[in-house]
Structures are given as structure tokens and as C-alpha cells.
Design a protein around this ligand. Structure first.
Ligand code: GCU
Length: 689
């Protein structure tokens, strides 16, 4: 099997073009390449050259003659004299460090094509943009002038990998980083992962789970730091900084102190010494990711301190070396009593963190999940994001489909992420969108951006479901440029993966674009969330979390369903938004249907904006979800001759599995609400009374 049919090559070049005319049109540019850079053996410049030459060889079979000269990062295609003859302004445009310019002008009196980088890393981004262009355009452009700089300064991936080789919320095999409590070194997989991430512009990675157990606590000790350094060097040669999740109670866990109190002088000294030791081993180490006082992890609350005390302890230790602390805001009471109606988990992050605005050091970045709960198929946006103008923030997404089908069901999340990035928080007036806040365009944050939980493992195709690769690709592309449309990202990924103009690629693009709404149509309705099997989070279990300690309730009774989070009669959560959004969500009349049950407890007979009653919507959308998957399967079957048999079969099996899952959701949800409400389906379909 080839690397493309196993899925291992993902969206990177893997096969020679079958179209000879396409190859010939590029030949004059491909045969000779002049590189200007300070060539270091393992730097990003070397990676850029390797990727470019390798990509060209794979796609065209042409092996470029390469000359390397010292100078600013620049690659010149074709006639080596272009650098002397080309218009001088080409060399003078200022580029930000990670930016690139891609220019082709074959109609010029001196035809030229070149890639420039603001640095070697910028050049690497330029090379990947060029390879993307080769894979997504049928004919060679004669003129092109593209200058791109990343929109978000931080574009981070969080691995939830454990050192025993498991992956928390991993749906694609085991960890590529660890096995049997050892770091896997010399792994081509890890190098190829770095290539995949760099190809979509990721610039930071945290390599272990936010839940740091005994083994991972030792990643910051002398025993393991040399291995961590090797990984750090590898990622750094692709322009990616390496971070570690740390255990807040490490001084205790490593048996060196008997407290982790952030105001204790010995604890402060311990972290200063630790930072010194880490940076002596890894001079370009990125810093720490911290999950503290969250889901039973240790944190500053134990000592009566707040999160600013906790985060600043680590920030002060890392500051002399330029290190950063990503401090997660996923802090809530996970021992709630379901009988207690006054506590609302959705309020927790805002209630804990908002009062601390201005108290965090400059090298602390709060990492805030996109929604106030936990990566459900649909949630309103976290009201905390943007609400702390004096505090650095990144928004955290989850590429791993924990609550959205676990990479067994297709759910392309780019359209969902765009609803968050495009959202107008109104926090400093109209136009205060999340993507602007995350880019540092609203408040002059020292640091900001986006982070996401990875979805890869050691499965041949990285992501379990072949089509789940599109989410990893899409996150990187959106992090680089949130203005890209979901359609264009789906189209690019499909073309790069299945071949340009392949009918299967065109169908996959369409399927991806429908998939979030299809998933939503059979899972928990109108953002009420949860209704999944406790702990596993895949299959339907309506009351699975209803009487639990996790603060995740839907409150369905014989009259209606949903959570009253209004100011007048509910938990008051709506009051955490800026007035413009608060008023919309607070009003039963104005609240958008798709988030209705998140904000209101609504009778089954309530008329939605669609004109349907709530109960009829629940029935109709469950049936529609199943019907749409049946159509996908039919259409996919008609494409058998367009895709290699292995990928064809794999996708068919997964779609059939999704159909079974959707049927189970349909029947359980419909039956449950029929039994609660006693209201029959207007269309008389089979519901199990
Ligand atoms: C979810 C997920 C956990 C994870 C947690 C987190 O609750 O189910 O596995 O540890 O999020 O983000 O920390």
C-alpha cells in the first residue's frame, strides 16, 4: 500500500502527478533552485530546503540542481541570474519573522519565481504554501504575488499523551511520543508529525497530557530532560516551540518539599532552580501548560491562594529565560450535588478568573476553552474570553472529537470553530470579535492566539477516521488565517488528500461541510449538551449525567427541557456577557434556536424560529440526521472506482458505523422525549412508546 492509500502521507505530497503536461509546465522552474540562507544542519532553513526539494521530486520526478549561498532567506527558481536581475523592490519588502512572500512573474522581461521568508521559519511557511499551491491548482500561474503573515501570534497544539503510551481522549491508537513510560526517540513518526504541523503553520506544541501523573511529573527532571531536549530540537527545526504540562504539586510529588504553596519562599526557590535546570538543558524551551485546581488536580486553592498567585509563581521562575505559562481556566466544581440548583458550572471560569484581571504577570497566558462547559457539539462562547483586558489569553479548541463522534463519526469542526472566531463579543463595542482579540488587535496583549487538543495517534492514518485529518489541517489553517472560509479549507484538504478534481474529493468536500450539522441533528438537541455515556462520551445515554456530580444537567421533565440561565429566574449566567449579547440570550424570544436549551427551560410546545414546536424539531432533526447519512453512504458507494480500495472501504465502514450510532441516537432521543411529553410525532414515524 502506498503512503497515500494508508493515509500516512496525509495532505503532504505523496505521489507523482499523472498529468505530464502539468509537470512540463513547471519544469523550467523546478530544474534549478538557488537558496540564500545561513544553512545550519538542523535549522528551519534546512527543513525548508528538504521539504521543497522532496516535494518537487515526489510530485514531478524532477530533481532540482541546488546551489546554496549565504544571505537572507530566499529561494529562487529557474535562472540563477534572477537574483541579480529581478526588480529590487522584491528584496526590500519588510516581512515579519514568520511571514513569507511567494512571487511568480513569468510575463516579466526577466521571468522569475521566488519564495522569501522573514526568517528561516518564514521561509519554511513559504515552502509549504508553495507545495499547497502545487497540490490545489491544476495549471501553473504565470503571475502570483502573495504575502502572508500569521494572524494569531500563538498557534499551539496540546497533546494529551501519557507516558504509558495511552492518549487521554485519543481515538487513533496509542501515543506517538511515549511507550512504557519512556520517550520514543529516533521516531520517524514524530518527525513526520512535526512536518504536518509546520505545513499548516503551527508554532508551539505541548507534548504531554494536562493531567500530569507520576511518570510525567518527572519530565522536568535530570533523568528525562535530555530526551525532552531531543524532541525540542526536532520540533524547533520545524519552527515549533516545545512546552510541557507540569504538575502543580511537583515539588511534593518529587519528594523534595512538603508544600506547593505559591507564597512559600522554598517553593519559589524550588521553581526558580527548576527553571534554571530546564533552560540549561533546553535553551529554547517554551514553558509550561498548567491544569490546576481542576478536576481533582492540585493547585493553589489548597493553600488558600488564588490562581494569580499560582500562575505568577511559575511565571517568575520562567521569566529570566523568556518562558511562558499557559494557565488553563477549566476550573469548576466537579463534586457538585445535582440537587443543588444554585450552582451553575457554566459560570465557573468567569467567576473564578474575571476578578483577577491585571494580577497576572506578562508571561502568563490564560487558556480558555471555547465554550463555558466542555467542547460540546454546540455551546455558546465562553464569556470570559476578551473580558480580561489586562490579561493575555488564548482560546482553546478540541480537535480530538471527544463529544463529536470520536473520529468514528465524521464531524468537520472548522465551521464550528469559525462561529467562535467570528463571534462579536461587543466587549469594547461593535466588532470586538474573538479573532481580533486572539490576534492581540483589541488589547495590546504581549501574547495571544489559539490552542487546540490534538487528534492524532499511532494509527497508520494518524487520526483513526481518514476524514478526521481534515480537522487537524483545518485548525492549523484557521489559526494562521481565520478569514479562510470553511469551504475553501475543506476543498483544499480534499484535493490534497484525494487528488485535485477527483470526484471523490469533490464529494468529500461536500460531506465535510454538512457533517457538523448532521452530527448536531442526531446528538443532544439545541445545545442542551451531554446526554452521552458517562466517561466514554460517545454513544447516547440521555440521563447518563443527569444525577451526577459533574454539573451537566438537562432538566427534562414532562413539560419541557433546558437550563434556565437567565437573570430573572435562572442562574444569572447570561449576565456574564456584554449587554448586546446578554440581552439576546436572556430573552426567550430573541435567543437563537441553536443555543436555546443552553439558556432557557422551554416547554415542548414552544414554537421555534423555524415555526416548528420544540418537540417536533427534536423528532424531525433526529430522523433527518439518519436520512442524510444514508444518502452519504449511497453516494460514497458510487465513487468506489475513484478511490483506492483501502481508503474506500475504510470510509465506507466508518459511515456505516456512524449510521448505526445515529439510529440509536434517533430512537433513544425520540422515545425518551415522547415518553416524557406524551406528544406524538406529527408524521407518525416509528417511535418506541
Ligand atoms: C474534559 C475531558 C478530560 C480532560 C478535561 C480537560 O473534561 O473529558 O479528559 O482532562 O476536559 O480539558 O482538562
Amino acid at each position: 500500500m502506498t503512503q497515500s492509500s494508508t493515509g500516512y502521507a496525509a495532505w503532504l505530497p505523496s505521489e507523482r502527478w499523472s498529468d505530464e503536461a502539468r509537470i512540463e509546465s513547471w519544469r523550467p522552474l523546478f530544474e534549478q533552485i538557488e537558496a540564500h540562507m545561513i544553512l545550519r544542519h538542523e535549522g528551519a532553513g534546512a527543513s525548508a530546503l528538504r521539504e521543497l526539494i522532496g516535494g518537487i521530486q515526489t510530485l514531478s520526478g524532477i530533481s532540482p540542481r541546488l546551489t546554496v549561498k549565504s544571505g537572507t532567506p530566499l529561494l529562487i527558481f529557474g535562472d540563477a541570474q534572477v537574483s541579480q536581475k529581478a526588480p529590487s523592490d522584491l528584496q526590500e519588502i519588510e516581512l515579519a519573522e514568520e511571514a513569507y512572500a511567494l512571487q511568480i512573474d513569468l510575463e516579466n522581461s526577466i521571468p522569475y519565481a521566488l519564495i522569501r521568508g522573514g526568517s528561516d521559519v518564514g521561509l519554511l511557511h513559504g515552502v509549504f504554501a508553495f507545495l499547497r499551491l502545487l497540490g490545489t491548482q491544476q495549471s501553473r500561474p504565470d503571475k502570483l504575488h502573495e504575502i502572508e503573515a500569521p494572524h494569531h501570534p500563538i498557534r499551539m497544539i496540546d497533546q494529551w499523551d501519557n507516558m504509558d503510551g495511552s492518549v487521554e481522549r485519543g481515538y487513533s491508537g496509542n501515543s506517538i511520543f511515549y511507550r512504557d513510560n519512556r520517550i520514543l526517540l529516533e521516531s520517524q513518526r514524530i518527525a513526520d508529525y512535526a512536518r504536518l504541523l509546520a505545513s499548516v503553520g503551527i508554532n508551539a506544541i505541548s507534548i504531554n497530557n494536562v493531567n500530569v501523573h507520576a511518570a510525567e511529573t518527572k519530565l522536568i527532571t535530570a533523568d528525562l530532560l535530555p530526551d525532552v531536549k531531543r524532541l525540542s530540537d526536532l520540533f524547533s527545526s520545524y519552527g515549533i516551540k516545545l512546552f510541557l504540562s507540569i504538575n502543580y504539586a511537583a515539588p511534593i510529588e518529587l519528594r523534595e518539599l512538603d508544600t506547593a504553596d505559591p507564597l512559600d519562599a522554598d517553593v519559589q526557590q524550588w521553581w526558580r532552580d527548576k527553571a534554571q535546570e530546564i533552560y540549561a538543558a533546553i535553551p529554547d524551551f517554551g514553558g509550561f501548560v498548567v491544569k490546576a485546581d481542576s478536576e481533582n488536580r492540585p493547585g493553589p486553592f489548597t493553600y488558600g491562594r488564588d490562581h494569580a498567585d499560582g500562575a505568577n509563581l511559575l511565571a517568575d521562575a520562567l521569566a529570566p529565560f523568556g518562558g511562558l505559562v499557559f494557565w488553563r481556566c477549566f476550573v469548576y466544581d466537579c463534586h457538585q450535588d445535582w440537587r443543588d440548583r444554585s450552582t451553575d458550572r457554566a459560570r465557573a471560569a468567569y467567576d473564578h478568573f474575571k476578578p483577577l484581571d491585571g494580577k497576572f504577570r506578562d508571561n502568563v497566558i490564560l487558556q480558555i476553552k471555547n465554550g463555558p462547559m466542555d467542547f460540546q457539539v454546540r455551546e455558546p462562547i465562553s464569556p470570559l474570553f476578551g473580558a480580561m483586558p489586562l490579561t493575555n489569553q488564548v482560546m482553546e479548541f478540541q480537535i480530538a472529537q471527544e463529544y463529536t463522534g470520536q473520529q468514528r463519526d465524521v464531524c468537520f469542526l472548522v465551521p464550528q470553530w469559525k462561529t467562535y472566531l467570528d463571534f462579536d463579543t461587543h466587549l469594547t463595542g461593535e466588532g470586538t470579535t474573538v479573532k481580533k482579540i486572539a490576534a492581540g488587535q483589541i488589547h495590546p496583549f504581549a501574547q495571544s492566539g489559539v490552542a487546540a487538543v490534538s487528534n492524532i495517534g499511532d494509527d497508520d492514518n494518524w487520526t483513526g477516521h481518514h476524514l478526521a485529518q481534515a480537522n487537524l489541517y483545518g485548525f492549523g489553517r484557521l489559526a494562521w488565517n481565520p478569514e479562510l472560509s470553511a469551504e475553501s479549507i475543506a476543498a483544499q484538504w480534499s484535493a490534497l488528500t484525494f487528488g485535485l478534481l477527483n470526484p471523490a474529493a469533490l464529494f468529500v468536500e461536500k460531506l465535510l461541510m454538512e457533517s457538523w450539522s448532521v452530527y448536531e441533528s442526531y446528538a443532544a438537541p439545541l445545545s442542551v449538551g451531554w446526554m452521552v455515556q458517562p466517561h466514554y462520551h460517545y454513544a447516547v445515554d440521555i440521563d447518563g449525567y443527569e444525577y451526577s456530580k459533574w454539573g451537566t444537567y438537562h432538566f427534562a421533565d414532562r413539560d419541557g427541557v433546558g437550563i434556565d440561565r437567565t437573570i430573572a429566574t435562572g442562574t444569572g449566567y447570561t449576565g456574564q456577557y456584554a449587554a448586546e449579547n446578554r440581552d439576546v440570550y436572556d430573552s426567550l424570544e430573541n435567543c437563537p434556536d441553536e443555543v436555546l436549551l443552553f439558556f432557557h427551560h422551554v416547554p415542548y410546545t414552544h414554537i421555534l424560529k423555524s415555526g416548528k414546536t420544540l418537540i417536533q424539531h427534536i423528532y424531525d432533526s433526529r430522523f433527518e440526521g439518519v436520512a442524510r447519512i444514508e444518502r452519504w453512504i449511497e453516494q460514497w458507494k458510487s465513487l468506489a472506482s475513484e478511490v483506492d480500495p483501502s481508503r474506500f472501504e475504510h470510509i465506507l465502514r466508518r459511515l456505516e458505523g456512524q449510521l448505526d450510532n445515529a439510529k440509536q441516537w434517533r430512537d433513544v432521543v425520540s422515545t425518551y422525549f415522547y415518553r416524557k411529553s406524551g406528544i406524538a410525532d406529527e408524521h407518525g414515524r416509528t417511535i418506541y412508546g
